[in-house]
Design a binder for this molecule. Structure first.
Ligand code: FAD
Ligand code: NAI
Length: 485
């Protein structure tokens, strides 16, 4: 006997679990299916983000930053640490405990909101009524500890993404690591290689460098963080190089060789450098972070004719509708930036659309954050994008060096940069490299959502001393009237 739901959500990551909760809040009888298993084989909802992404990486970034501060920066504050030691197993254990708190939190939220949770893999079987082509709903099989069949009058797919492997060098999570293995290396490698200086490369490279690894990053593109505002990217690159991260740009990676799975061995990477000279790098561990691919494993998309694009992403319209009636898709499995908060916003918007409301996601105000030190955060257009579209704009920057709170923190790297329309003064982009950029960016997102001008921010009272004063000063700088620089 099948169980019928108003909405069946396949995938319990940020896109799926948030969609399920919002559907339940809106009065729909909702099921969420997720197959992620914890080490005991039990459910671990939260997807990539909770299990091997946002949450564990931020836990390790925090721990490793404490370690680096204790070893290198406490002395500036007059604090001596006699015998600094690292208990990596405990650090990794703490990270796992943080992940578990989040898994348990989601299970609690499902109960609280009366979402029926199914632990297992969800696959499309068929349209409930073939004559109606799915208008009557969809049959979804759940294969877990037990097998069940659900019927969803509406279905939301949120099956996420997987790490992209280098051709000829599959992940063994022992020597050649994806984000998964990168978050649980059992001992600090002496030499660590990373392929790809994107978000994961920089975050995971920072973690292991702070803990003592000699880190080399090989990046195919000739420019560092090409999607980031050039001025901000340059400032960040300077800081990372000063910290000891070796970053080689414009390389072409060739053969990657390592021992067999289960046998710890070194990894050798043949590559040509930016000048075209043949080079090789030998490391104890290699993290490959060259982007992610949409995941539809086991969904049986072909059985029901679900349309995919050439990248394997589920094709959706601007409102996350797929080509099948009553079937929606959100998050990493569709087009758009692979960010947890984008997935969440789409999940909420789809739930509201199913309820006949006007769910809304503004792609122009999705913030990006790279949680390195200094942190990098931005929203809106970069200066190079404005130039490329021939926009008339004004720019204003303010360095953290001139901010009292940053000096007190002992962290004065970086700046806040405002870009505003030359005529209307509307904020077009805000770019930050520096301390707590991840938190500071929210003010810019709110401002842009409300179509604020840089003068609006410049006229708002900001607490003193606070890092947010740098935001106000950068807004003042657009009109060339900073007060503290
Ligand atoms: P996912 O989180 O991937 O969840 C999909 C879920 O669906 C999984 O649990 C999977 O097991 C399940 N599933 C798949 N197929 C089926 C099926 N057929 N049946 C049942 N279940 C299925 N983003 C940020 O915004 N901030 C960050 O700081 C950040 N850090 C990151 C760090 C790392 C190392 C990585 C790898 C990613 C990071 N991301 C970050 C990206 C973020 O994790 C993703 O954008 C986000 O998880 C996407 O959410 P989702 O719900 O679309 O998919
Ligand atoms: P990415 O897209 O951020 O970076 C990949 C990098 O690898 C690019 O710079 C690319 O030019 C380079 N590259 C691609 N192929 C290469 C090759 N063959 N040789 C050398 N370099 C190559 O992808 P990444 O770091 O894997 O992260 C995936 C996604 O996960 C991110 O795009 C982001 O959406 C998400 N994420 C978000 C985080 C955050 O919000 N803080 C943290 C980590 C991941």
């Amino acid at each position: 006997m099948s169980k019928t739901f108003d909405v069946v959500v396949i995938g319990g990551g940020p896109g799926g679990y948030i969609a399920a909760i919002r559907c339940a809040q809106l009065g729909f009888n909702t099921a969420c299916i997720d197959e992620w298993k914890n080490e005991k084989g039990g459910p671990a909802p939260g997807g990539t983000c909770t299990n091997v992404g946002c949450i564990p990486s931020k836990a390790l970034l925090q721990s490793s930053e404490h370690f680096e501060h204790a070893g290198k920066h406490f002395a500036e504050h007059g604090i001596g640490v006699k015998e600094l030691s690292l208990d990596l197993a405990k650090m990794l254990g703490r990270k796992d405990a943080v992940v578990k708190q989040n898994n348990d939190g989601i299970l609690y939220l499902f109960k609280k909101n009366k979402v029926s949770f199914f632990h297992g893999r969800g696959s499309f079987v068929k349209a409930v009524d073939a004559n109606q082509g799915g208008k009557g709903g969809w049959e979804i099989a759940v294969a877990g500890a037990t097998a069940e069949t659900l019927v969803g009058k509406q279905v939301i797919i949120a099956t996420g993404s997987n790490a992209r492997a280098l051709p000829g060098a599959p992940f063994d999570e022992e020597n050649i690591l994806s984000n998964d293995g990168a978050l649980r290396i059992g001992g600090v490698p002496r030499k660590l290689g990373l392929i790809g200086s994107g978000v994961i490369g920089l975050e995971m490279g920072s973690v292991w460098r702070r803990l003592g690894a000699e880190v080399t990053v090989l990046e195919a593109l000739p420019t560092f963080l090409g999607a980031v505002d050039e001025q901000i990217a340059k400032e960040a690159q300077k800081a990372f190089v000063k910290q000891g991260l070796k970053i080689e740009l414009g390389v072409q990676v060739g053969d990657v060789k390592s021992g067999k799975k289960g046998q710890p061995s070194q990894v050798s990477i043949a590559y040509t450098d930016a000048k075209g000279a043949a080079q090789s790098l030998v490391v104890d561990k290699l993290i490959v972070s060259i982007g992610r691919v949409p995941n539809i494993t086991g969904l049986e998309a072909a059985a029901v004719g679900l349309k995919l694009d050439e990248r394997g992403a589920i094709v959706v319209d601007g409102e996350c509708r797929t080509n099948l009636p009553g079937v929606w898709a959100v998050g990493d499995v569709v087009r758009g930036p692979m960010l947890a908060h984008r997935a969440e916003e789409e999940g909420v918007a789809v739930a509201e659309r199913i309820a006949g409301q006007h769910g809304h996601v503004n792609f122009n105000t999705i913030p990006w954050v790279i949680y390195t030190s200094p942190e990098i955060a931005w929203v809106g257009e970069t200066e190079q994008q404005l130039k490329a579209r021939g926009a008339a704009y004004k720019a204003g920057t303010f360095p953290f060096m001139a901010n009292g709170r940053a000096r007190a923190l002992g962290d004065t790297t970086g700046m806040v940069k405002f870009l505003a329309d030359a005529k209307t003064d509307e904020i077009l982009g805000v770019h930050i490299v520096g301390p707590m950029a991840s938190e500071l960016i929210s003010e810019a997102v709110v401002a842009m959502e409300f179509k604020a001008s840089s003068e609006d921010i410049a006229r708002i009272c900001h607490a003193h001393p606070s890092l947010s004063e740098a935001t106000k000063e950068a807004a003042l700088a657009v009109d060339k009237r900073t007060l503290n620089f």
